[in-house]
Design a protein around this ligand. Structure first.
Ligand code: ATP
Length: 754
């Protein structure tokens, strides 16, 4: 509903006002009742007079209040915020200890204060939280370019942990481009014939033409009238509608396909629509899986026309139509219709059944003792990109589960086609699900690949069951009824063409409704987490390097190695651009060939902390070595500090390249595949060169120009660090590989016993 206003007329109108009132039950509306912007119509239709728009509506007032609420930090940001606090507290402690012991040892108070401040500046990773936020924000903008709109920032982190994707079928795994291929009545079975890309009609194997059959005429009338598709107005006015293009009509693809079917079978939809007027509607609902309308013809005769899932429709029918005659629906005819339905569904067709009755009462009770007319089976091809995406999920250790309201055979055929369902996979129907206890469901869940003929309420149970097993679930949905399941899921995913309520509940919106987009968002989630680990490794080891330099220098009784301003320069050139560029690293080739990360896994898992500490100590020792060497050789504190400054910056800039990969040393890494990182490092090197060689900078930063010989010496020291750390990394990973191998060979006999 696009504005606030008062109803002038309405038929069976009910609105979901949960967004305003929190009340989940739909509110029945009468003439003169208020309707509110942002709410959704659950059933019926009506006309209202607009009274308020934009910020003056009830929704607008709430929106106004919402703008005052600040966005919560993500779990990762909180985690890092906490880490920063620990670091700050630790560094204050070190500063205090250093300053106090220094003063007690007889050092000048001022010198000790300077040392303390320098240490504090060295220890705090000032850029960390800013870099995390910038990287997450950039990831969100990259995702939007791929059609995945992230509504909640924390979803970016959770996406990378997804272990199960529960996906809708229609429109997500399939194209939602329906074309009726077959029409069947208990007597006839007709197939769409196409010549030179144009539909020429529906014909049976014996050559009967749909256009000549009374039963098909009846079926077509139901299909066109029990339908909310709208014809483009000018075509309707001129009675010109004759097209085979679904795009030419506006509405639900299933219903649009029925319009096209009528035209392809050579019945005029415009004529049918002029013949009848609608007086009542019981709208389609994925719980009831059917829709009915009550119509009146020009002579004043009234009819109920119904269409819906054949198994549901048959339960309402007591008669059937054959060559224009109404006959009793015997068990054998019922069986025949069921097997016609089954046969079409096995061919992956989405099947609808059609029925009618005369002189109905205007209520849901009219949907009984109906006369069954026939079936229409429509094809909805799987999305091309979904094949690849399902394979990617398999390799990435993510279970794909199809959840659909469609028939079990249709769903299975498409799931088999997309390789979601294999010989070991199970298919469960909504009815079977209802009969299962939670314990039984828990036991079956790992094998289930398809849930068919489910209602939206089942989705919530499925999500809860997966979550109970410790899985991280991404659940897609489009209808209002899907909102609770979407909200419950770890990653709620709404479709771009879904209702506002669903989008409101979701953390990600797929603008193109495609499964492949969701998979690429998951990949992006993995990439960003990996990148965050990369720059945390980088920033923290650099900080540890600075602390080691300052602290050890002090312990060894040396003058203050670097002044606070010099440490600020180091942080400025190393913590800013290079760290952000590291956050923009492209995806590692095998990122979707590894199992998902565990949600509770800490940021320092897999021995990252020891790597950081080891590398930090190496940076510190190298800097100290240069400082000592320069101090002894030149007896000039300015030169020694400049040497230490240059070494600290260069070792850190080399380290930024090492952080591109965790498992291999710098010599096995492609250093040039992220041009932003190369540019950031080049820029930082330029600033370093200027701060050493520009006289004004010498004055400001208390540095001195270095000779070629000194620079060569620094280069030698700096080159030694990555060599040492490469040896350490390969040693560490060899040990880890051996340990994994041992674990596997330890587990093998157990598997054999099973
Ligand atoms: P998914 O959940 O994957 O999108 P779906 O679109 O098939 O699956 P529903 O929309 O709940 O799920 O449809 C369930 C069944 O209801 C369909 O198999 C079809 O037989 C019937 N159906 C679908 N759309 C309509 C409609 N507009 N009118 C009447 N019956 C319909």
């Amino acid at each position: 509903i696009p504005a606030d206003g008062k109803l002038l007329s309405c038929t069976g109108l009910s609105c979901d006002e949960s967004m305003l009132t929190g009340e989940s039950a739909a509110v029945q509306k009468q003439i003169h009742d208020e309707v509110s912007m942002g709410c959704t119509v659950k059933s019926g239709h009506g006309i209202f007079q607009v009274e308020q728009t934009g910020m003056h509506t009830r929704m607008g007032q709430i929106a106004g209040m919402l703008t005052e609420i600040e966005e919560e930090p993500t779990p990762l940001q909180k985690h890092l915020g906490q880490l920063s606090k620990y670091i700050a507290a630790g560094c204050l402690l070190i500063c205090a200890v250093v300053s106090i012991t220094g003063v007690l040892r007889g050092e000048a108070l001022f010198d000790m204060l300077i040392t303390g401040v320098s240490l504090a500046v060295a220890a705090v990773p000032e850029g960390l939280c800013a870099v995390v936020t910038i990287s997450l924000a950039l990831a969100v903008s990259r995702m939007v370019k791929k059609n995945a709109l992230v509504r909640r920032l924390h979803a970016v982190e959770t996406l990378g942990c997804a272990t199960v994707i529960c996906s809708d079928k229609t429109g997500t795994l399939t194209e939602n481009r329906m074309t009726v291929q077959e029409i069947a009545t208990p007597k006839y079975h007709l197939y769409l014939e196409v010549s030179k890309g144009k539909e020429i009609g529906f014909f049976s194997e014996n050559g009967e033409n749909a256009a000549d059959l009374d039963d098909i005429r009846q079926l077509t009338e139901i299909a066109v009238l029990c339908n909310n598709t709208q014809l483009p107005q000018e075509r309707e006015e001129k009675g010109l509608f004759r097209t085979s293009k679904v795009e030419a009509v506006q509405g639900d693809p299933t219903e649009s396909a029925l319009f096209v079917m009528a035209e392809s079978a050579h019945f005029s939809t415009v004529k049918i629509m002029r013949e009848f007027s609608r007086t009542f509607e019981i709208p389609f609902d994925s719980q009831r899986k059917r829709m009915s309308v009550i119509v009146r013809n020009r002579q004043g005769d009234r009819w109920i026309f119904s269409k819906g899932a054949p198994d549901y429709m048959l339960e309402l029918c007591s008669y059937y139509l054959e060559n224009g005659q109404v006959k009793l629906l015997t068990p054998s005819i019922r069986k025949k219709i069921q097997s016609q339905n089954e046969e079409m569904a096995r061919k992956a067709l989405r099947v609808l059944g059609f029925a009618y009755q005369s002189e109905p009462e205007e209520s849901e009770r009219a949907e009984s003792d109906l006369i069954f007319v026939g079936l229409a089976g429509m094809i909805d091809p799987p999305r091309q990109e979904a094949y690849q995406a399902v394979q990617t999920c398999k390799k990435a250790g993510i279970q794909t589960v199809m959840i659909t309201g469609d028939h079990v055979s249709t769903a299975s055929a498409i799931a088999r086609d997309l390789k979601i369902l294999d010989t070991n996979g199970r298919v469960l129907t909504g009815k079977e699900l209802d009969q299962m206890t939670d314990v039984q469901l828990d036991r079956e869940l790992d094998q289930v690949r398809v849930f068919a003929r489910v209602a939206p309420a089942h989705k919530l149970r499925i999500v809860k069951a997966f979550k109970k097993k410790g899985r991280v679930v991404a659940m897609t949905g489009d209808g209002v009824n899907d909102a609770p399941a979407i909200k419950e899921a770890d990653i709620g995913v709404a479709m771009g063409n879904g209702t506002d309520v669903t989008k409101e509940a979701a953390s990600v919106v797929l603008l193109d409704s495609s499964f492949a987009t969701l998979v690429s968002a998951i990949e992006e989630g993995r990439v960003i987490y990996k990148n965050i680990r990369k720059f945390i490794r980088y920033l923290l080891s650099c900080n540890i390097g600075e602390i080691v330099t300052m602290f050890l220098g002090m312990l060894m009784g040396m003058p203050v190695v670097l002044l606070p301003i010099q440490i600020l320069i180091v942080n400025l050139v190393t913590d800013g651009l290079p760290a952000i560029a590291l956050g923009l690293e492209p995806a590692e080739k095998d990122i979707m060939q590894k199992p998902p990360r565990k949600k509770q896994e800490g940021i320092f898992s897999d021995g990252l902390l020891s790597t950081i500490v080891f590398r930090g100590i190496l940076i510190g020792l190298t800097t100290l070595a240069v400082f000592t060497s320069f101090y002894h050789s030149s007896q000039n504190l300015l030169v020694a500090r400049t040497g230490a400054l240059a070494t600290l910056v260069i070792t850190q800039l080399i380290h930024v390249f090492e952080c591109k990969r965790e498992e291999v040393g710098i010599f096995k890494i492609n250093l040039l595949d992220n041009w932003k990182l190369v540019a950031a490092v080049a820029f930082s090197t330029l600033i370093l060169a200027l701060s050493i060689h520009l006289p004004i900078c010498n004055l400001l930063f208390q540095t001195a120009p270095l000779t070629w010989r000194q620079m060569g010496e620094i280069a030698l020291y700096c080159a030694a660090v990555p060599i040492l750390s490469s040896i350490a990394i390969s040693f560490k990973h060899k040990k880890r590989k051996d340990r994994k191998q041992e674990e596997i060979s330890f587990q093998l006999p157990v598997q054999g016993e099973n």
